[in-house]
Design a protein around this ligand. Structure first.
Ligand SMILES: Cc1cc2nc3c(=O)[nH]c(=O)nc-3n(C[C@H](O)[C@H](O)[C@H](O)COP(=O)(O)OP(=O)(O)OC[C@H]3O[C@@H](n4cnc5c(N)ncnc54)[C@H](O)[C@@H]3O)c2cc1C
Length: 152
C-alpha cells in the first residue's frame, strides 16, 4: 500500500542487509520498495551444505514477498538495477526509473582473486545457488568417476 504523502524509501537488495532495513522500517510512516534481481532471499551461510548435497536449494531460499507479507508498507520488485541517478533521485532499471526520497544500497559483495582472475576455474566462488549446484555436480562426478575406476 502506498500513499502520495509519505517518503519513499527504496532498498536495493533482499539479502540480510536489505531485509533487516525493510523490517526496521515496518513501524515507520514511509513507503518501502525493495528491489532484488531474485524474488527469493538466499541464506548464504548454508550454501556449503547445498554444494555438498546435504541440503536441497529450496531449503535455503525463501520468497522475499512471503517474508515481508505482513508488512503493509513494503512492496517487492524483482528487477536487476542497472544504475542510480543520484542527482535525479531515481534508481534505474534499464529505461525505467524508480523514484526515491531515501535510498538504501545493500547489494552485497563479490569475491576477489586479488588480480588473478585466472584462479577462478580452480577455486570457483560460491555466492549463489547456481554456484553451489555447479560445485555439487563437480564433487559428485569426481566420486562417480572414482568408483568407476575402482570397479573396472
Ligand atoms: C558460502 C558463504 C558462507 C557464509 N557463512 C557465513 C557465516 O557462517 N556467518 C556469517 O556471519 N556470514 C556468513 N557469510 C556471509 C554472509 O552471508 C554475508 O555477509 C551476507 O549474506 C551479506 O548480506 P548482504 O545483504 O550485504 O548481501 P547479500 O546477502 O549478498 O544480498 C545482496 C542482494 O542484492 C541483490 N543484488 C545485487 N546486485 C543487484 C542488482 N544490480 N539489482 C538487483 N538486486 C541486486 C542480490 O540478488 C542479493 O539478494 C557467508 C557467505 C557465503 C557466500
Amino acid at each position: 500500500m502506498t500513499t502520495v504523502d509519505r517518503p519513499r524509501v527504496v532498498i536495493l537488495g533482499g539479502g540480510f542487509g536489505g531485509l533487516s532495513a525493510a523490517r526496521a522500517l515496518a513501524p515507520v510512516a514511509v513507503d518501502v520498495t525493495l528491489i532484488d534481481r531474485h524474488n527469493y532471499h538466499l541464506f548464504q551461510p548454508l550454501l556449503y551444505q547445498v554444494a555438498t548435497a546435504a541440503l536441497a536449494p529450496n531449503t535455503i531460499a525463501a520468497p522475499i514477498r512471503a517474508i515481508l507479507r505482513a508488512q503493509h508498507n513494503a512492496t517487492v520488485l524483482m528487477e536487476t538495477v542497472t544504475g542510480i541517478d543520484a542527482a535525479g533521485r531515481a534508481v534505474l532499471i534499464g529505461e525505467q526509473r524508480v523514484a526515491y526520497d531515501f535510498l538504501i544500497v545493500a547489494t552485497g559483495a563479490h569475491h576477489s582473486y586479488f588480480g588473478h582472475d585466472e584462479w577462478e576455474k580452480f577455486a570457483p566462488g560460491i555466492k549463489t545457488v547456481f554456484d553451489a549446484l555447479a560445485i555439487c555436480q563437480q564433487i559428485l562426478s569426481a566420486f562417480e568417476a572414482g568408483s568407476l575406476r575402482r570397479s573396472v
